[in-house]
Design a protein around this ligand. Structure first.
Ligand code: ZN
Ligand code: ZN
Length: 414
């Protein structure tokens, strides 16, 4: 039998298949390679199980998983290998199919995880018959062409069924006593948030965030430059702003503001937030542009001098007028309902609260304007124009608001 090194050399120097122009030969070759990969992945799982059973890593004060990562496996592949290695012993049918290369490691893993989940949720330990039945159910699904995600979903369904049979157990997905939300102010003055919540809270969060974090084209028509994480964070801020508005509408009496910023009148000390502490001047300006924030000016003894809210907030009728003019975020076209009113000249610098000094910006673009060098100016046409920072456009040519994007500045009436 040839050694693995000889196998590898054969593959390294694999010549392309003879081609007839139809692509058929390459297709067939790819199919063979796919099966080969499945066989290889299964052999890796078998050998991981052997290594684990030897106890070598544990004796050296480590784990099989760490050894695999040190060997050069990406962490996710090492995790998967160890998981499959641990699960296959109880799943002989899955192991047989995987050994012959009929199942991709991702599908094997989905079945292994699915059975483990059902096992955890079941009130009593699964009988061998039950486990065989569930194994067959998930395996059949895998062979019908289901994706790993679909196998996950089916397994969760079975797990709920199995747990429901015992009224005394609360499935982990529903167990409110496991819910946690942790927040921590980091050394940089950011806030790290982590949460572990029930399926229902998680679903509410995911659907609300997803609805608010879709990609939107940049003003130059390029694809959204934000990462998925950045888009979700923008979605989270929008969600909180909307929640504050909703809370104000449903609370009888005076509208509540959700954020309170205190600004020392001496202009030397930084503005502060109650939870986070000192914030940058740019953040303070960005916050005070936003109507959901109350601002209190403090004298040197920390006594409130005045509320900064009276003149700076755009009243309802002005906001409506700005919506009629701008229709949407002037930078990216996000809907007006997702937008805040930005002061072109900041109110603290003497900018008035009127139609010609306000424009609609979604919270992402609002941040871009206050922190990343974008500028909004009022054009001679009495519409807002955007001036990009030099790193986006070295000439800093003004761009029209989103709803007038086909215009050039020359077209505007003087
Ligand atoms: Zn925008
Ligand atoms: Zn602003």
């Amino acid at each position: 039998m040839p050694s693995i090194t000889e196998f590898r050399d054969t593959l390294v120097f694999l010549a392309p298949p003879p081609e007839d122009g139809s692509g058929r030969a390459v297709f067939d070759r790819l199919d063979e390679l796919r099966v080969l990969r499945n066989v290889l992945d299964h052999q890796i799982a078998v050998h991981v199980a052997l290594l684990d059973a030897s106890g070598a890593a544990a004796r050296a004060g480590s784990t099989t998983r760490s050894w695999l990562i040190e060997m050069g496996m990406p962490p996710s592949v090492a995790h998967r290998g160890v998981r499959i290695a641990g699960g296959l012993a109880l799943l002989p049918k899955v192991a047989d199919c995987a050994a012959d290369g009929y199942l991709a490691a991702e599908c094997v893993d989905a079945v292994v995880r699915g059975i483990a989940l059902i096992d955890r949720r079941a009130a009593a330990a699964l009988s061998d018959d039950d486990r065989r039945a569930f194994e067959t159910e998930l395996l059949t699904l895998a062979f019908s062409g289901a994706t790993p995600a679909e196998i996950d979903t089916r397994a969760r369904g079975v797990a709920v069924r199995v747990a429901d049979a015992d009224p005394d157990t609360v499935p982990a997905a529903d167990d409110a006593s496991l819910n946690t939300v942790h927040t921590r102010v980091t050394e940089e003055g950011r806030v790290a948030i982590s949460a572990d919540v029930s399926a229902v809270i998680g679903e509410k969060f995911l659907s609300m965030i997803d609805e608010r974090s879709g990609p939107r084209p940049e003003p130059d028509g390029a694809e959204d430059r934000r990462s998925v994480g950045e888009r979700r964070a923008d979605g989270l801020e929008l969600l909180l702003d909307q929640a504050a508005i909703g809370a104000a509408m449903t609370t009888a009496g005076a509208p509540r503001t959700q954020v309170l910023v205190t600004v020392p009148a001496d202009g030397v000390d930084p503005a502060r937030l109650p939870w986070v502490g000192a914030i940058s001047a740019a953040s303070a300006q960005r916050l005070s542009c936003d109507s959901g924030v109350a601002e209190i000016i403090l004298d040197t003894e920390g006594v409130p001098l005045r509320m900064g809210t009276t003149k700076r907030l755009f009243p309802h009728h002005l906001r409506q007028a700005i919506i009629v003019r701008d229709l949407c975020c002037v930078k990216c076209g996000a809907p007006a309902a997702h937008s805040q009113v930005h002061h072109l000249v900041h109110w603290a610098d003497g900018g008035p609260t009127d139609l010609d000094n306000g424009c609609l910006l979604c919270q992402r673009c609002h941040t871009q304007v206050h922190h990343h060098g974008w500028q909004v100016v009022m054009g001679p046409d009495r519409h807002p124009w955007l001036i990009p920072p030099a790193d986006v456009d070295p000439r800093r040519s003004p761009r029209p608001a989103y709803n007038r994007r086909t215009m050039r500045l020359d077209d505007a009436p003087v």
